[in-house]
Write a protein that binds this ligand. Structure first.
Ligand code: RP5
Length: 164
């Protein structure tokens, strides 16, 4: 199976980003974690990116806050799918990072998830890998079913609690 790379702009992003790791463990998807900055270590970020496909990666996730150019810079160096996580790490509550990540020019796409949306970023990466992997698809469908059953159980519980 292809690996997922999770790249963050700073180790200060780790508390947000690490919510993705449990998803990969749940689905048995191999992943690697890196800290590369679009601004502080641009050469290293590019070097990793341009060799990512030949190094066995299938999807790249990039998380950054503030003027969050990491996902876009990474997307510029590969045709692998890139998922951006805008991180809430400033006085602007992550809106700065959201706009910096999502507003990519035509031709260089970044699939941007919600501010601090590491779990959805990981799920989207798993779904991309599942396109060519029946077992992964089966696990995803089973996980959706379990989640739906939990909601329906809560529905029964709350409905009963407030029944007149
Ligand atoms: C961004 O600047 C990083 O992704 C981080 O979210 C933010 C602050 O970085 P530190 O100053 O905490 O290293 O590049």
């Amino acid at each position: 199976m292809k690996k997922v790379a999770v790249i963050m702009g700073s180790d200060s992003d780790l508390p947000v980003v690490e919510k993705a790791f449990g998803v990969f463990k749940e689905f048995g998807v191999p992943f690697e974690v890196h800290v590369f900055s679009a601004h502080r270590t641009p050469e290293e970020a590019r070097e990793f990116t341009v060799h990512a496909k030949e190094n066995g990666f299938g999807v790249l996730i990039a998380a950054a806050g503030k003027a969050a150019h990491l996902a876009g810079a990474i997307a510029a160096g590969t045709v692998l799918p890139v998922i951006g996580i805008p991180v809430k790490s400033s006085t602007l509550d992550g809106l700065d990072a959201l706009l910096s990540t999502v507003q990519m020019p035509s031709g260089i796409p970044v699939a941007t998830v919600a501010i601090d949306g590491a779990q959805n970023a990981a799920l989207l990466a798993v779904q991309i890998l599942a396109v060519e992997d029946g077992e992964l698809t089966r696990k995803l469908l089973s996980s959706r079913k379990t989640a739906a059953e939990k909601v329906l159980a809560k529905n029964r519980e709350i409905t009963e609690k407030y029944r007149l």
